[in-house]
Every structure is written in structure tokens, then in C-alpha cells.
Design a protein around this ligand. Structure first.
Ligand SMILES: Nc1ncnc2c1ncn2[C@@H]1O[C@H](COP(=O)(O)OP(=O)(O)OP(=O)(O)O)[C@@H](O)[C@H]1O
Length: 551
């Protein structure tokens, strides 16, 4: 794209300003050029167009968004060169394309006009569209980014009030740096409230997201299983209205099904939308991303796709494991990721496993996914499960016997979706029959609990717990050793495999390295028989069962 330097035109601005900007920049270039590789200088720096200067800023136009992002890391160098080559300090402001330049000039014109007619209105940054401020009159990170990106496209912030300074990294390696606003801002249509006025909220339709309203931080129960993931998500959400924070980017959340990954993604989206509705957020399931990309290939409209994904402020992408084995999609996502990362836009990715287990994922994506922070989410502890169930019952204004809650929490441990499902079943019985007690709940939940038990408890896990209880090693349990201090716990472990997992004697024998099924059968039957009269055995088995459930 060629930049058109018709500065005065309709805007009626003084061409002398452009000439002065040109001459100041020309001096600075003499210092900049020797410091950069020739290619870099010719490709990126020479095409910059100086088009305005005032007492604080030199305004430069860049060709496109990509150049803009690339050049941000050199702004400090430019400013140092300006200070060295001229006898005064200037900060650099970059604007994208003719449109960005025209917008900047229109703002300058408007502010000049306002200043001459209304002394109350001071403008600190004529280059940026009007943007809402936060409660400290501090420029907002999200809208700063929006403003920068939108100089060449539909602006989501154009109708808002206030001005900001440009956000830029202080060094090529820094991730997010926000410069504080340089002047106090006051204009007729600003708000100092953290919620922008309704009239200011013009959300680009591309980024109108509908988050699940019930997935919020305030109803997410934090326990030892998810503390890090929760804190990291909250930090990212906060960073959109608390410019001091610089959370890790990207954030990679991984863990089994139903453990709250989607809940956290939506919580971030809800919180940012609530406080900063102009933020360009994209939340999507990886499958949707893949489908959209396939449609893009069919229609050959790559620009639309890339503009949308590479220019958002926050990308929340759920279940990235679905990208496995899709080579072209991985390549596209690689470039999307890079563009967002360079633009200091946050990326949160969820997955059902650690990237190292995504066998057919390209290594360059794996390393990128792990370049920020990777947090696992584990199955909740018994206490967390209790808290989740209690909170859910309370939110539904349901009074449920604590024994029932405890029974569910004890018996369903791997998946919070199933935990909630069990509570819903109990509530359904309560509503249909007008009554619920523990026995009814146990009966109703029997199939689901059995299924859960099979998923949760493996023969190996039983061996672990039993060995631990009787203070022997698992190897001794699996060994052929016939000492009673080993055979007794071995038989108990076999008994649990039979009772809890419904395993055949053949399978149990195999699990415990035995070839003789009859011995296994006899061992299980002996334990079952003793159980009816042996109080000590009853106590031991109850304790072991408790440990098996409270993993
Ligand atoms: N810590 C928590 N506090 C309260 N509710 C939770 C918590 N974790 C999960 N949930 C609830 O459990 C259900 C399942 O969670 P979610 O859909 O976020 O899981 P997920 O990890 O994304 O699963 P999947 O990988 O299968 O998509 C949701 O209803 C969610 O609100």
C-alpha cells in the first residue's frame, strides 16, 4: 500500500507541520540507519512517513498493521535518535495507513478547534480515537490496543470519550508494557467511571460474544486442584482494566473432562466484557475454528478470516486437542498465534492433556503453547466437591440433606459435570415424589456411581491403597511371597477388585500375576465369609473403602 501524503487537503492543516516533521525525522534517520541491518532499515523504517509534529510527539504513518506491530519494538530507538539528533525530546506515535493518518489529523484539527473555542477541553493524544478511561483516569490497555489496530478498519472505539497514549513494548522481547497517560484528560463526553457509557459501547459485530452467564469467577469454587489455573485466568481478566499487571501469555490450561476449563474461559470473557465491553474477544471451540477455516479455504477469503483472528485483543480457544492431525489448520493457527502474541493480545488455550501428549501436534506449536504458563486442573478433592455441591444447591435454593451431598461427593470424584448431574437427579426425584432421603438417593445414583467407580478405581489403584494401609509395598503385594503379612492384604485387594470392579476371577488373577483362578476365587470367598463375623475385618475394609473414595 502506498501512503498518500496529501496532508492539507480537506483538513486544511498547515503543510509546514509536515515539512517540519519530515526534517526532524530525516535527522533522526541518520542516527537510526547505522544501528539497523540494511534490509531491516530499507524494508521497515525507510517507508515510514512523518506527517505531523507538535511539542510532544512526532507522528509517523506505517503501511499496515503488520509493519505497525513489527515497528513497535523500535519506537524506543526512534525516540533516542530523535533526542540525539534534535535538541528536544519527542515521543513517537505510529498510525496505520492513510486512514490512520487521516484520523489522526482529523483529531488534531478537532482538538485545535476545541482548544480555541473551549479551554476546558485538553487533548493529550490527538492520534488516538476517543477512548473511555478507567476510574483512575488511566488509559485502558484493551482500548489502547483496539485503537491501534482499528486505524485501518472499523473502529470499535471511535465513539467513546477520552484519549490515550500508545502502548508499546520497551524492548523487542518484552510482552506487555503500558505507558501511563501523559496528561490529565478532560473532555465533555468522558466518564471516569469504570463502566463506559452505553453510547460509547460500539462492539464490532465480529467480536460480539455470548458467554455463558452462569460461568463466572464468583461461582467458581477454588480448591487445591485448580488454584493456579483460577489465579492465572483472573490475572489475565484483571489486566484488561489494571494496566500494572502483566500476566503470562499464553496461558495453557489442561486437564480431564468436566473439570472447569470452559467455565474459566467464560469467566474471563464475562469479566472483561463486563468491565471493558469494547474489547475484541474471540471465544470458540477449536472445532468451530477448524470449520471456519475449512469454509475459508472453500471460499478463498483468507483475508476475512485472518483479519478477524489476528486482530482480536483476547483469544479464548477451547479444546485445542481437536487441532491434532490437521496440518493446514495447525499452520494457520501458528500464524494466528504469532500475530496475536506480537500484538500483545492474550491467548488462553484449553486442552484435555499436556501439549507433550498431543502426538501429532507440530513441535513449533507445542513450544509456543508452553512459552507462557501451563497449568493443570486436577479432579477436585472431597472438600472441594462438597463445596461445589453445596454452592450449587444453594444457588438453586434447594435444601438437601448434608448426608446426601456427602454421599455424592464421596462417590463421584473425577468429573464435576457428573457431580452436578448426580445432584440434578436427586433434585428431580425430590420434585417428582415430593420427598428424598439418603436411601432413595443411593438407589437412584447406583448406576452412575458404579460407572464412576469403574473409571476412578483401577486394580492398580486398589493395590496401592491396600498396600499402603497394611504397610507393605505394592511389589510385595504382586509377588509370589506366601508370608501371611503379604497374602492377607493381597487377598483383600483381590476381594475389592471383585466387589467394586466386578472383575472376573481370571482378570483378577492376571492383575495380580497369578495363573490359578481357583486360588483367587477361594481368597475372595474367604474374605467375604469372614466379613460377616469379623468386626476387625469390617473396620479395616471400611477404612480402605473410604480411602478408595477419597482419592
Ligand atoms: N471449580 C468449579 N466450581 C464450580 N463449578 C465448576 C467448577 N469446575 C467445573 N464446574 C462446573 O462443572 C461443569 C463442567 O465444567 P466445564 O464444562 O468447564 O469443564 P471442562 O473442563 O471444560 O470439560 P470438557 O473438557 O469436557 O469440555 C460446568 O457446569 C462447570 O460450571
Amino acid at each position: 500500500m502506498e501512503l498518500n501524503m496529501n496532508l492539507s487537503g480537506n483538513l486544511n492543516l498547515d503543510n509546514e507541520q509536515a515539512a517540519l516533521a519530515g526534517s526532524i525525522w530525516h535527522n533522526a534517520l541518520k542516527i537510526i540507519q547505522p544501528q539497523l541491518a540494511k534490509m531491516l532499515f530499507v524494508t521497515w523504517v525507510e517507508p515510514l512517513v512523518p506527517f505531523y509534529v507538535d511539542e510532544n510527539y512526532l507522528y509517523l504513518a506505517v503501511q499496515d498493521n503488520f509493519s505497525y506491530r513489527y515497528l513497535l519494538k523500535y519506537v524506543n530507538l526512534f525516540e533516542e535518535a530523535l533526542a540525539a539528533s534534535n535538541s528536544f525530546k519527542l515521543q513517537v506515535k505510529l498510525f496505520v495507513g492513510n486512514e490512520g493518518m487521516q484520523q489522526a489529523l482529523a483529531s488534531i484539527k478537532a482538538s485545535t478547534f476545541n482548544n480555541s473555542t473551549d479551554n476546558q477541553s485538553q487533548v493529550s493524544d490527538p492520534g488516538q480515537p476517543n477512548l473511555p478511561l478507567d476510574s483512575n483516569n488511566t488509559a485502558r490497555k484493551d482500548t489502547q490496543k483496539t485503537a491501534i489496530n482499528n486505524t485501518t478498519e472499523t473502529s470499535t472505539a471511535e465513539s467513546a470519550g477520552g484519549y490515550v497514549t500508545v502502548e508499546r513494548p520497551s524492548s523487542p522481547t518484552s510482552t506487555k508494557t503500558t505507558t501511563a497517560p501523559t496528561q490529565t484528560i478532560s473532555s465533555a463526553n468522558q466518564t471516569t467511571n469504570s463502566s463506559p457509557l452505553a453510547a460509547e459501547i460500539v462492539v464490532n459485530p465480529l467480536y460480539q460474544q455470548h458467554f455463558r452467564r452462569d460461568y463466572r469467577f464468583d461461582n467458581f469454587i477454588v480448591g487445591p486442584n485448580n488454584t493456579m489455573a483460577h489465579a492465572a485466568c483472573l490475572a489475565i481478566a484483571n489486566s484488561y482494566f489494571n494496566p500494572g499487571q502483566k500476566p503470562y501469555n499464553p496461558l495453557f490450561l489442561y486437564g480431564g473432562s468436566g473439570l472447569g476449563k470452559t467455565h474459566l474461559l467464560n469467566a474471563v470473557g464475562n469479566m472483561v466484557m463486563q468491565h471493558r465491553p469494547n474489547t475484541k474477544i474471540l471465544y470458540l471451540q477449536t472445532e468451530e475454528f477448524v470449520n471456519e477455516f475449512i469454509a475459508t479455504i472453500r471460499k478463498q477469503n483468507y483475508n476475512v478470516f485472518r483479519n478477524k483472528y489476528r486482530n482480536c485483543d483476547l483469544l479464548l480457544i477451547d479444546d485445542i486437542q481437536f487441532i491434532e492431525g490437521k496440518e493446514q489448520m495447525q499452520e494457520e493457527f501458528f500464524y494466528t498465534f504469532n500475530a496475536l502474541y506480537e500484538n500483545n493480545s492474550y491467548i488462553i488455550i484449553t486442552c484435555d492433556k499436556h501439549p507433550r501428549y498431543l502426538v501429532t501436534l507440530e513441535d513449533r506449536l507445542k513450544t509456543r503453547f508452553l512459552s507462557g504458563l501451563a497449568c493443570d486442573i486436577n479432579p477436585p478433592t472431597y472438600e472441594t466437591r462438597m463445596a461445589i455441591l453445596q454452592a450449587r444447591a444453594q444457588s438453586l435454593q434447594e435444601n438437601i440433606d448434608p448426608d446426601i451431598i456427602s454421599y455424592i461427593a464421596k462417590n463421584i470424584s473425577l468429573n464435576i459435570r457428573e457431580l452436578e448431574g448426580a445432584l440434578n437427579s436427586v433434585l428431580a426425584i425430590k420434585h417428582l415424589s415430593g420427598y428424598i432421603n439418603l436411601a432413595l438417593a443411593q438407589k437412584a445414583l447406583e448406576p452412575v456411581i458404579k460407572r464412576n467407580m469403574e473409571k476412578t478405581v483401577s486394580p492398580d489403584f486398589i493395590a496401592d491403597v491396600v498396600a499402603n494401609y497394611y504397610n507393605v509395598s505394592k511389589a510385595q503385594l504382586y509377588s509370589r511371597c506366601k508370608e501371611s503379612k503379604f497374602t492377607y492384604p493381597r487377598h483383600i485387594a483381590m476381594y475389592f477388585c471383585r466387589e467394586l470392579l466386578d472383575m472376573t476371577y481370571a482378570d483378577i488373577s492376571q492383575a495380580f500375576n497369578r495363573s490359578d483362578h481357583t486360588t483367587t476365587r477361594n481368597a475372595c470367598l474367604k474374605i467375604a465369609k469372614s466379613l460377616s463375623s469379623d468386626l476387625q475385618l469390617q473396620k479395616e475394609l471400611a477404612n480402605i473403602q473410604k480411602s478408595l473414595h477419597e482419592q
